[in-house]
Design a protein around this ligand. Structure first.
Ligand code: HEC
Length: 453
């Protein structure tokens, strides 16, 4: 899909690549005073070595040499990528340029990229290498490099990533760092906890199987060497981390969320999806583990609406060709909850997504609105403060899909019927999901800040 988009953009890019001189003109917009702080705050986190952005945006040279393209991508709001509507609800780490900031960048480029007083260029932010969060306490990686066949097919796998550490630890979060950012599409991770004497060699055995080779899940688990030595299964902790492009894992205040990681265990990837490649290549993804100072006092809980969820999709998610169609889902909250994080999920035909709650008194609580769905940026959005949804309120989700030729991401041309096929996560099938991470409400939750320190 990224390739397709490039084909659309490419002719215009050729015209846009160009650089500026840097005449010294005071009173003008300058890199030192105006532009560097904007770039450091909104761009450099991704545009630096080892992160998702295709080139660094740190020095004057980095930015000035791509100035025309930067003017274009900021004006069109293609960059920074932030699909949620920031006029509707706010989240931590929000990366959105204001209209004034966009105008400032445009002016700077039009005026010839003035550098200004170069001694006043602020010091670029220091980011931890290989992480969005900080320096991990422990790094676990795939035991073996995974070889991806150049057969132009999607690969859906189960993987076991075994580890051994000196003692049990409490974990606040785990960050997935893809080894192959181009092909790694998503990861859902769980934790297997082995009792010390029940499995002698936790590092040994098979570590990867292809889901399609095993119609029977239990057979797949055995082929993946999951069981203890006596054939029983170890304890499983659900949903310890997720990866989708653009996702930074939640890191909640001390005591909220988190889990215990035993000294002998395995991160169980159920599942891991690589997109198609035409050449043989490989991946060795790593997991940055951050320890918690305290045991989890309030473990987080999760429900999802829509696909596999607590509430059905109405009508059933079947999108006829050449239609733009809306689907809804509604769920009434059985007790007061405090929402930490939400994650809207659709595939390539997604057009827009809207979630809000309506209380028994008829008040509307805005949750999230995405006016222009972008398949590549599926963040887990964490509220700045916990969002209380009272008992009896109904959460409404409305999702619109565009199955016409006008949708440049449509996987089929001419368009075909696209539906939610049983259990399939293939990108050419559809899903409609709203994943909600919450705690049972406690007095004062709505004042608890979730900003990362
Ligand atoms: C969340 C990570 C992230 C942030 C933040 C971000 N970028 Fe990007 N940027 C990317 C990725 C990934 C690409 C590759 C685009 C693709 O393939 O879709 C990209 C591509 C670009 C391109 C090339 C566009 C093209 O089509 O070739 C430019 C220019 C750019 N970014 C500028 C910026 C600027 C300016 C900012 C800040 C105002 C910014 N980016 C913020 C991740 C990011």
């Amino acid at each position: 899909m990224a390739i397709k988009r490039y084909i659309f953009l490419f002719p215009s890019l050729l015209l846009l690549i160009g650089s500026c001189g840097s005449p010294e003109q005071p009173e003008k917009v300058t890199f030192a005073k105006d532009i560097a702080p904007l770039v450091y705050k909104n761009c450099t986190g991704c545009h630096r070595a080892g992160e998702a952005g295709p080139f660094p945006l740190i020095s004057y040279q980095d930015v000035a040499s791509r100035s025309k393209l930067i003017k274009f991508v900021t004006k069109t709001r293609f960059m920074p990528p932030w699909p949620a509507d920031a006029t509707y609800t706010h989240f931590i780490d929000e990366k959105v340029l204001t209209p004034d900031e966009i105008a400032l960048i445009t002016k700077w480029v039009d005026e010839g990229c003035v550098i200004g007083d170069s001694s006043k260029i602020p010091v670029p932010p220091v980011f931890p290498a290989g992480s969005q969060l900080g320096t991990p306490d422990l790094v676990i990686k795939f035991r073996d490099v995974y070889k991806i066949k150049g057969d132009a097919k999607d690969h859906f796998l189960l993987m076991r990533v075994p580890y051994q550490i000196p003692e049990d630890k409490y974990i606040s979060t785990i960050e997935v760092v893809p080894g192959n950012r181009k092909l790694l599409h998503h990861v859902n991770a769980q934790l297997l906890s082995y009792e010390f004497d029940k499995r002698k060699d936790v590092m040994g055995g098979n570590v990867v199987v292809d889901i399609n080779d095993y119609p029977n899940t239990l057979d797949a688990y055995k082929a993946l060497s999951l069981p203890n030595d006596d054939g029983t299964f170890p304890m499983l902790t659900q949903s310890i981390t997720n990866y989708l492009p653009g996702v930074t894992p939640p890191l909640y205040p001390p005591g909220i969320g988190g889990f215990k990681m035993p000294r002998k265990g395995a991160i169980f990837l159920k599942d891991i999806h690589y997109g198609p490649s035409r050449v043989d290549t490989s991946d060795q993804t790593t997991f940055n583990v951050f320890y918690a100072s305290t045991p989890p006092k309030r473990p987080t809980q999760e429900f999802q609406m829509g696909t596999y969820g607590v509430s059905p999709i109405v009508p059933a998610l079947i999108i006829p060709p050449d239609t733009v169609m809306k689907f809804t889902s509604q769920y009434t909250v059985p007790f007061d909850i405090s929402i930490l994080t939400v994650n809207p999920h659709m595939h390539l035909l997604g057009k827009n997504f809207w979630a809000y709650a309506v209380t028994l008194q008829g008040d509307t609580i805005p949750m999230i609105r995405i006016n222009k769905w972008d398949f590549r940026w599926q963040y887990f959005y964490t509220y700045k403060k916990m969002l209380k949804i009272p008992r009896g309120a109904t959460i409404h989700v409305e999702a619109v899909y565009d199955n016409t030729r006008n949708n440049p991401n449509n996987p089929f041309n001419p368009p075909r019927v696209v539906a939610e096929r049983d259990g399939s996560m293939r990108t050419s099938d559809e899903m409609m999901q709203f994943i909600v991470t919450y705690l049972p409400y406690q007095d004062g939750d709505e004042n608890v800040s979730l900003e990362r320190k």
